[in-house]
Design a protein. Structure first.
Length: 401
């Protein structure tokens, strides 16, 4: 008996040292996903738990999401607790460990919840199952978990800071790319302007001189004139799109229908190269929004290019539609491509999900709106943009410009 007690005490001391060392090392890890996985792994291994999980607050979505899990095979990959969930409210009230097994905790066989607070904000919490030995948690265990929570808070805040820094750097790089593209596009426009003018002018002269002599020649010359004008207009659109919005410039009424039509023109080549014929359904009385037209056009172009990439191997359909919903304007870009895996969908708008969608969401959020994605097998993927509607009718907004 004495040997067994001594052995148990040594095991307890060893796992306490392991957790203490892990807690001290948390602030050195800058990648948030890696830190989350490490926290769950270390706790589970040191204590010997049946299961454990980590939930983090997602301010943009107003909820707590499962970000790391260990030994809980029956748990869904996207377990979510809304801000007002009873468990979240309980953690905020108690501001300390929650020990027991009732309600939501009992559903997943958790025994202890370890919250991490930053000032008054609940950053997240660790959910711990029973010990595999069947032993109860001791007061020393709970005290160590409180220390672990404090270190985890510092580590998570540190990793979040570096994630935000990385995101800001990515946004800055994108802005610099757009500025460079603007200069290149302006130069390219000047280079294209003269030959396009000559082609259009010469075709016009020949059409006037020989009109009526050969219907096929007339049609060919008319087509040359039309395509030259279209190429010139597309070049102008590229220049307007590439120029970043000047700082300090107030937002203006934006005609979303015209913006979507322009985005379809800009994306016409890659979309049609994917053997896709886009369809636009926008009502004539669609409300206007306040914003920077160039930035919003970048978003819609990005969504169309995203659809084009998804369909490049097998063709399909792209539908762009819009309407007024609850004082907002809702724009949907839907494609019939392969469904996006749930785990990838959850991180679609983060930096590692691709700069194109990351920047698009930042732009929409800066305009007071939301950008979300939904995907299902057999139904394709739908990107939904919602922006606050302008009270002034769209016709008035057009005349104001």
């Amino acid at each position: 008996m004495w040997r067994w007690l001594t052995r148990q005490r040594r095991l307890q001391q060893r796992y306490h040292r392991t957790l203490a060392a892990a807690a001290n090392g948390m602030t050195r890890i800058k990648e948030l996903p890696r830190l989350c996985r490490l926290i769950v792994y270390i706790v589970n291994r040191a204590v010997g738990l049946t299961n454990s999980a980590l939930f983090l607050h997602q301010p943009a979505r107003g909820r707590y999401e499962l970000v790391a899990v260990r030994y809980q095979h029956l748990m869904p990959t996207e377990l979510i607790l809304e801000e007002g969930h009873e468990t979240v409210e309980m953690l905020k009230r108690q501001r300390g460990l929650v020990v027991g097994q009732s309600g939501w905790m009992a559903q997943w066989e958790w025994r202890v919840l370890v919250p991490s607070f930053s000032n008054e904000r609940l950053l997240g919490f660790l959910a711990l199952g029973a010990k595999r030995t069947g032993a109860r948690y001791t007061p020393d265990d709970l005290e160590l978990f409180s220390t672990l929570a404090s270190q985890a808070t510092l580590g998570i805040e540190n990793a979040m800071f570096f994630e935000e820094l990385k995101a800001n750097e990515a946004s800055l790089i994108q802005s610099e790319k757009l500025a460079t593209l603007g200069h290149l596009a302006s130069g390219l426009m000047h280079e294209l302007k003269n030959p396009l003018t000559i082609i259009s002018g010469e075709a016009q002269v020949y059409l006037e001189r020989f009109k009526g002599k050969d219907p096929e020649v007339d049609a060919l010359l008319a087509s040359i004139i039309e395509e030259a004008h279209r190429a010139s207009e597309m070049a102008h659109r590229v220049v307007r799109f590439a120029k970043p919005a000047p700082e300090g410039v107030p937002r203006q009424p934006v005609d979303l229908r015209a913006l979507l039509e322009a985005a379809l023109v800009l994306a016409s080549y890659p979309v049609r190269a994917s053997r896709v014929e886009p369809r636009l359904e926008v009502p004539s009385d669609l409300p206007a929004v306040e914003g920077h037209a160039t930035q919003l056009q970048e978003v819609f172009l990005n969504l169309l290019l995203q659809a084009s990439d998804a369909l490049k191997d097998g063709g399909g359909a792209v539908e762009v539609s819009a309407g007024a919903v609850d004082g907002q304007v809702e724009i949907r870009v839907k494609h019939s491509g392969p469904a996006i895996a749930p785990r990838k969908l959850a991180r679609l708008f983060e930096v590692d999900g691709g700069l194109r969608l990351f920047v698009s969401r930042r732009i929409i959020q800066a305009h007071g709106g939301t950008l979300k994605a939904a995907s299902a097998v057999g139904e394709g993927t739908t990107f939904t943009v919602r922006l606050p509607a302008r009270r002034e009718p769209i016709q008035a907004a057009r005349s104001a410009r």
